[in-house]
Write a protein that binds this ligand. Structure first.
Ligand code: IVH
Length: 710
C-alpha cells in the first residue's frame, strides 16, 4: 500500500494506551473501523489510503489490545482473517430454499424426546409404537455451511449460508478447494443439483498456516473454524489457495429431480459423483444404537484430524422429512446431539446486575478472561437469586465455567478450597440499580426478581428500545446497543416512535462525539428503510412477554394486517367476546406454553394505557406491512380451518403444520369467519357449531383431496 491520507494525529489517537477496559473496547472498535476503511480502499477501490507501515501499526495495535483485553476480541475482527472481505465485497445470493440450522440435544433424554416428538407427529408411527422408524447418525463437523450448485454437472455457484435466506457468492474461492469438484464424476446427476455441506479446516493445516504466519510476523488465527470461514470469504481467491480448506456434503438443496428416497441414499449418490462425506455414519431404528454411535465417536474425538462438536441424527426417509417440515428455522426431522460442554477454571471478580426489558434483574458474573474451548469468556450468566444461593456463588470465588455450543457461558460450581478468607454470601439487591432506585420485587413462586419501576425505569426503557431495533425485531442497521444507549442518555430517544423522529435531531447528533454527517445520514436512511417493516417483525419488536418470533408470526399470519390485529386486540379486552376466543385459538396447539398464557399477556399489554399510546404512536410511524403468506396459489390459501375429532391419517400437529404450509389459518374454535371444519371421528361441539353457523364441513378425505394430498 502506498499513499497516506489519514493524519498522524489520527493515528496517534488510535495507537494510544487505553486507561481502562472500557476505553480498550472503544479503541478496538475504532481500530476495526479504521482498518476496514483502508481494506475497502485497497481491495475494492484499488486506491490505498494509508502507508503500508502505518497500516501494519494499526493491525499490530489491534492484535496487542485483543491479547491484553481478551474480552474485546470480536468474531469479525480483521485480525482473525487478514484482508478478510468486507461484506460488500461479495455478491449476495438468495437461497432457493432457506438454509436452516439445527436444534440441539444435550442429553440422552433430549434425544429420546426428539425421537418421540417425531413419532408423535406422524400418525402411523404414533399409533403403532412397534413400527420401525430409521434414523441416520452422522458426525457434526464444526465448520460453516456452504451450498454448491451444479448445472449439468458443472459447478456454477458456491454460496455461504449468510442469514439462512441470503448468503454470499464465494464461487471464485470455492474453485480453489480441492474437495469441491468443479465437475461431477460419473453420470446420472440431475440437470440441477444443489449440494449442501460444511467447509472446515483440519488441525494440521491450521497449525501449519499459523506457523507460516508467525514467521511472517502476522497475527495468528484463533481456531480452525474461524480460519475456514475467513478463508472462504477471502477477496483474493489466490490467497484461498494457501489456506487448505475442506468440504463434505450432508444434504440436498433445490434439485431438478429426486435422486434418492433416503438420506443414506443421498450420501451414496454424492459419493459416486465425487463429493466427500463425513464418515462414519449409521442407519438404525434403535435409539440405543444411535447413542452408542455418539459415545464411540465421542471417544475418538480427540484423535480425529478435525473438530467435531456432536452427532446429527436425521430421519432417514425423505418423504417423512418432507412431512415433518420445519419449525422456526430448524427441521423437525433432525437434531444435533452436542458433546459435553468445554470447561475452565477462573476467578469471579464481581457480580453485576443487568435489568432486562421486562424489568427482570439478571445477575452476571464478571470473570478473569479465560479460554474455554477456543473462545475467550469474560462474562457468564448467573440466572437468578436462587441459582446464586443454591451454588453459594460469591465475589472473589474461583469458579468452573462451561460453554455448550451457542449457549451463554455458565458458572457450574465454586472451587470451595480456593475461597478467600472472610468472603460473604452474595446479597441480591433489594433496590434496582437504575436511577429511580425503585424497590425490587419477587412474585411468590417465581424465580425472577423485577424492578417495580415499570415503564419509568430507565434500564427497561433502554432495553425496550434496543430490543425494538435489534436484528430479530425491526432490524434497524446501525442502531445497535451503544448507539441506543448514547441517544437515550442524550434524551433523543425515549419511546420506539422517537426512533423515527431522529431525523429532526440530525444536527444535534452530528455534534455528538463519534458522529459525522455521513454516518448520521447512513443511520437515518437505515431507519427510513424500515418503515413498512413486516407485521410479524413489528409485533416481535413490541417485546410483549411470550410474543417472540414464533408467536408474533402466528399472530401476523392469523390477522393478516396491522389494522385488523389492532382492532381484534381492542375487541378481545371484553371477557366473553368472540375476539377473545379467536385470540386464544391462535395459540391452540402450542405445547410449550400453558394454555391461554400468551393471550393473557397480550390482553394485559392492552389494558395498560401507556402501552396502547406508545403502540399507536409507533405504528403510525412504521405502518407495518401485511405478512407474506406461503404458497398463495394453494386452494386453501387465506382460508380459516378448524380441525376437530380424531383424524385417521394425520396427527393434529401434522394437519395444522400442513394447512399452514399451504397458507391456511388454523383456528381453535368455530366462528362465522371459519371457512372449513374438518371433522374426524367423534367430533362434538365444534361440528355442532359449524352446522348451526352454516360453515362447510369436510371429512378428512375430502380435505386431503381439496389440498391435493388425497
Ligand atoms: S444437517 C437443515 N449434518 O451444523 C440443516 N448439518 O448447527 C441440515 N453441520 O447448519 C443440517 N455437520 O452447518 C447436518 N452432518 C451434518 C452436519 C451439519 C455439521 C452444521 C450445518 C448446520 C449446523 C447446525
Amino acid at each position: 500500500m502506498a499513499k497516506k491520507n489519514s493524519t498522524s494525529a489520527d493515528l496517534d489517537a488510535l495507537l494510544r494506551d487505553p486507561a481502562d477496559p472500557d476505553e480498550a473496547a472503544a479503541l478496538v472498535t475504532a481500530l476495526i473501523d479504521e482498518i476496514r476503511k483502508h481494506d475497502v480502499a485497497y481491495h475494492q477501490k484499488d486506491a490505498p489510503s494509508i502507508a503500508d507501515a502505518d497500516y501494519d501499526k494499526l493491525k499490530r495495535r489491534l492484535q496487542t489490545l485483543e491479547r491484553d483485553y481478551p474480552e474485546t476480541l470480536r468474531e469479525d475482527s480483521p485480525s482473525l482473517a487478514v484482508g478478510a472481505a468486507p461484506a460488500q465485497g461479495f455478491r449476495k445470493v438468495r437461497h432457493a430454499r432457506p438454509m436452516l440450522s439445527l436444534n440441539n440435544a444435550f442429553s440422552d433424554e433430549d434425544v429420546a424426546d426428539f425421537a418421540q416428538s417425531v413419532r408423535s407427529f406422524l400418525k402411523e408411527f404414533k399409533d403403532d409404537p412397534e413400527r420401525k422408524l430409521d434414523f441416520i447418525a452422522e458426525a457434526k463437523i464444526d465448520g460453516l455451511s456452504c451450498s454448491l450448485t451444479y448445472e449439468n454437472g458443472e459447478l456454477v455457484l458456491a454460496a455461504t449460508r449468510g442469514d439462512g435466506l441470503e448468503g454470499e457468492d464465494v464461487t471464485a474461492n470455492a474453485r480453489h478447494v480441492a474437495d469441491i469438484p468443479q465437475k461431477l464424476k460419473g453420470k446420472g446427476w440431475p440437470a440441477k443439483l444443489e449440494v449442501r455441506g460444511e467447509v472446515y479446516m483440519e488441525h494440521a493445516a491450521f497449525f501449519a498456516l499459523n506457523e507460516r504466519r508467525a514467521e511472517a510476523g502476522l497475527p495468528l488465527f484463533v481456531n480452525p473454524r474461524n480460519t475456514a470461514a475467513g478463508s472462504l470469504r477471502q477477496l483474493d481467491p489466490n490467497e484461498t489457495k494457501n489456506r487448505p480448506v475442506r468440504f463434505f456434503g450432508y444434504a440436498l438443496g433445490e434439485t431438478s429431480e429426486p435422486i434418492a428416497d433416503t438420506q443414506h441414499g443421498i450420501r451414496e449418490k454424492l459419493h459416486k459423483w465425487g463429493l466427500e462425506l463425513n464418515e462414519p455414519s449409521k442407519v438404525t431404528s434403535d435409539l440405543g444404537e444411535l447413542l452408542e454411535f455418539y459415545r464411540e465417536i465421542g471417544e475418538r474425538r480427540a484423535s480425529l484430524p478435525y473438530d467435531i462438536d456432536g452427532v446429527v441424527y436425521k430421519v432417514d426417509r425423505l418423504d417423512l422429512q418432507r412431512r415433518l417440515g420445519d419449525v422456526q428455522r430448524a427441521p423437525r426431522w433432525a437434531v444435533a446431539h452436542k458433546f459435553p460442554a468445554e470447561r475452565a477454571t477462573t476467578v469471579l471478580e464481581k457480580i453485576d446486575i443487568q435489568v432486562g426489558r421486562t424489568g427482570a434483574l439478571t445477575p452476571v458474573a464478571h470473570l478473569t478472561p479465560v479460554n474455554v474451548g477456543g473462545v475467550m469468556v469474560a462474562r457468564a450468566t448467573l440466572h437468578n437469586a436462587d441459582e446464586i444461593e443454591r451454588k453459594d456463588i460469591r465475589e472473589g470465588d474461583t469458579v468452573i465455567v462451561q460453554r455448550a455450543g451457542d449457549v451463554i457461558p455458565q458458572v457450574v460450581e465454586v472451587v470451595l478450597e480456593k475461597r478467600p478468607k472472610g468472603s460473604k454470601p452474595y446479597a441480591f439487591p433489594t433496590i434496582c440499580p437504575c436511577k429511580l432506585k425503585a424497590p425490587t420485587h419477587r412474585e411468590e413462586g417465581e424465580a425472577v426478581t423485577r424492578c417495580t419501576g415499570e415503564l419509568a425505569c430507565p434500564f427497561q426503557q433502554v432495553e425496550r428500545l434496543r430490543h425494538f431495533a435489534s436484528r430479530d425485531a425491526l432490524d434497524i442497521e446501525g442502531l445497535g446497543d451503544t448507539t441506543v444507549r448514547q441517544f437515550f442518555e442524550e434524551g433523543f430517544l425515549k419511546l420506539p416512535a422517537d426512533i423515527f423522529r431522529l431525523k429532526h435531531k440530525r444536527d444535534a447528533i452530528i455534534a455528538l462525539h463519534g458522529w459525522k454527517d455521513v454516518s448520521v445520514d447512513k443511520l437515518l436512511a437505515a431507519i427510513e428503510a424500515r418503515r413498512g417493516a413486516p407485521l410479524d417483525r413489528f409485533l416481535t419488536a413490541l417485546g410483549i412477554r411470550y410474543v417472540g418470533e414464533t408467536n408474533a408470526r402466528k399472530l401476523a399470519l392469523h390477522y393478516g394486517d396491522y389494522p385488523t390485529w389492532r382492532q381484534a386486540m381492542a375487541d378481545a379486552l371484553a371477557d366473553d367476546s368472540e375476539a377473545r376466543k379467536e385470540l386464544e385459538g391462535v395459540f391452540v396447539a402450542d405445547s410449550k406454553t400453558a394454555k391461554g398464557v400468551v393471550a393473557k399477556e397480550l390482553i394485559a399489554f392492552f389494558e395498560e394505557p401507556h402501552n396502547v399510546q406508545a403502540l399507536d404512536d409507533v405504528a403510525n410511524e412504521v405502518k407495518p406491512s401485511p405478512v407474506e403468506r406461503p404458497a398463495t396459489d394453494s386452494p386453501v390459501a387465506g382460508k380459516t380451518v378448524v380441525f376437530t375429532g380424531t383424524l385417521e391419517k394425520m396427527t393434529r400437529p401434522e394437519a395444522k403444520a400442513r394447512a399452514e404450509q399451504l397458507g391456511a389459518k388454523v383456528a381453535g374454535s368455530v366462528s362465522k369467519k371459519t371457512d372449513y371444519v374438518v371433522a374426524g371421528a367423534e367430533a362434538g361441539s365444534k361440528l355442532k357449531a359449524a352446522t348451526e353457523l352454516g360453515v362447510a364441513v369436510l371429512s378428512e378425505d375430502e380435505w386431503l383431496t381439496l389440498i391435493g394430498d388425497g
